[in-house]
Every structure is written in structure tokens, then in C-alpha cells.
Design a protein around this ligand. Structure first.
Ligand code: FAD
Ligand code: NAD
Length: 156
């Protein structure tokens, strides 16, 4: 199967957009990720999948905890910043929640301690045990077919 076709097919599954944040040796790191899912209600577990070349892989192994910032529709620039498509480094400020750096204006925040990890091909799946959640009333940022989009409610 051709790589581009595979990505186009995977990109046809519309997702929200998150920025994974963590802190190692007093340095804050962020990375845009859409490979995020809810895993278990009891206990409360979530999963993220991080590529083998991403710096975030080692940061999560070192920190053993991370936050998932679920972006709102007005945070497209943050998604671009944390996927290396922009350089706004000096303009980004982080808040703090449950001892982790977070993006304050997010639609939702999920904080986790590392529960387990599984290497799968060229990615590592990190399972997080949820330690805190926060939710605001905002529309989500969507990612579909390689483009950022907004939610539209259908009639009827
Ligand atoms: P870096 O290259 O160190 O950081 C990424 C960017 O974030 C850099 O530009 C850096 O300047 C900036 N940054 C980091 N920390 C800070 C800070 N403290 N303040 C300000 N800026 C900072 N990859 C995956 O592995 N899994 C996914 O699920 C995934 N989903 C994606 C979804 C979308 C919509 C997009 C666009 C990309 C996705 N990626 C995913 C790709 C991933 O975001 C990029 O490969 C990313 O550049 C990898 O970052 P890194 O961990 O190597 O860190
Ligand atoms: P794209 O067309 O590359 O991505 C569409 C979909 O393909 C993504 O939503 C994801 O489901 C899948 N995908 C893309 N790259 C992947 C990878 N390396 N491993 C596993 N699945 C992958 O979209 P784009 O706008 O060209 O993406 C921008 C950049 O972000 C690209 O470099 C892409 O590789 C990266 N990205 C990586 C992941 C990931 O690692 N899970 C997810 C999304 C985007």
C-alpha cells in the first residue's frame, strides 16, 4: 500500500486536535497530536501514539506524566506551532494544572501519569492514568483530509 494513499485514508477519519505537554528538568515541551483516544472508564485510561523520531517520545519517558490539551477552534496557530510549522516560541505562555504545564485556553485538559507503553511499528503508544480533567464550553478544532476545520451542526 502506497504511503500517501494510507495517509489520505487515515486523514479521512476526522479527529480533534491536541497538544501534548510535559516538563523535564524545568523545561516545558509541547507536541501536536491527533492520535488520542479514550481507553477505559474504570480505571480512567487514555492513549496517545508518538512517532519514533519525535522528541516528545523521550520527554514522556523521562517525565512519566503528560497533559493532553484538546484544542478549541480558535487555537489553530497553537497546533501549527507545536507541529513545527510556525515559530511563535516567545509568545506562548503555559498555565499549570495538577503539576503539569497546560495551554490555558483549551477546550479541555486531561492530565495523566504514565500507566504503560507499547512499541507498535514506528510509534509508541503511551497509556495514561487520568489524574485530572477540565472542560470549557467552546467549539472544537477539527482536522480532516489534511486541513483544519470547524464543526457544523446538520439540520434535522
Ligand atoms: P519539537 O520539534 O521539539 O517540537 C515541535 C514544535 O513545538 C517545535 O516547532 C517547537 O518549537 C514547538 N515547541 C515545543 N515546546 C515548546 C515550548 N515550550 N514553547 C513553544 N513552542 C514549543 N505526531 C505523532 O507522533 N503523533 C500524532 O498523533 C501526531 N498528530 C499530528 C496531528 C496533526 C494535526 C499534525 C499537524 C501533526 C501531528 N503529528 C503527530 C506530528 C508532530 O506534531 C510533529 O512531528 C512534531 O514536530 C514533533 O515534535 P517533537 O516532539 O519532535 O518536538
Ligand atoms: P497527513 O495527510 O500526513 O495525515 C493524515 C493522517 O494520516 C493523519 O491524521 C494520521 O492519521 C495519518 N498519519 C500521517 N502521518 C503519519 C505517521 N507518520 N504515522 C502514522 N500515521 C500517520 O497530514 P499532513 O497534513 O500531511 O500532516 C502533517 C505532518 O504531521 C506530517 O508530517 C504527518 O506525518 C504528521 N502527522 C503525524 C501523525 C502521527 O504520527 N500519528 C498524525 C498526523 C500527522
Amino acid at each position: 500500500i502506497d504511503d500517501r494513499l494510507f495517509r489520505n485514508v487515515m486523514g479521512s477519519f476526522t479527529t480533534g486536535v491536541t497538544v501534548i505537554t510535559t516538563e523535564v528538568a524545568e523545561e516545558v515541551h509541547g507536541m501536536t497530536a491527533n492520535a488520542f483516544m479514550s481507553i477505559s472508564l474504570n480505571p480512567k485510561l487514555v492513549a496517545i501514539s508518538i512517532g519514533e523520531n519525535a522528541k516528545m517520545l523521550q520527554h514522556i519517558k523521562d517525565a512519566k506524566q503528560f497533559a493532553i490539551n484538546i484544542l478549541s477552534s480558535d487555537q489553530q496557530l497553537l497546533s501549527k506551532q507545536f507541529s513545527g510549522q510556525l515559530d511563535l516560541k516567545s509568545e506562548i505562555t503555559f498555565g499549570s494544572y495538577k503539576g503539569l504545564p497546560v495551554l490555558e485556553d483549551s477546550l479541555a485538559i486531561v492530565t495523566c501519569v504514565l500507566h504503560s507503553e507499547f512499541v507498535a511499528g514506528d510509534h509508541t503508544i503511551f497509556i495514561g492514568h487520568v489524574t485530572g480533567v477540565k472542560l470549557e464550553e467552546k467549539p472544537p478544532l477539527l482536522y480532516s483530509q489534511g486541513k483544519y476545520r470547524e464543526l457544523k451542526e446538520l439540520e434535522g
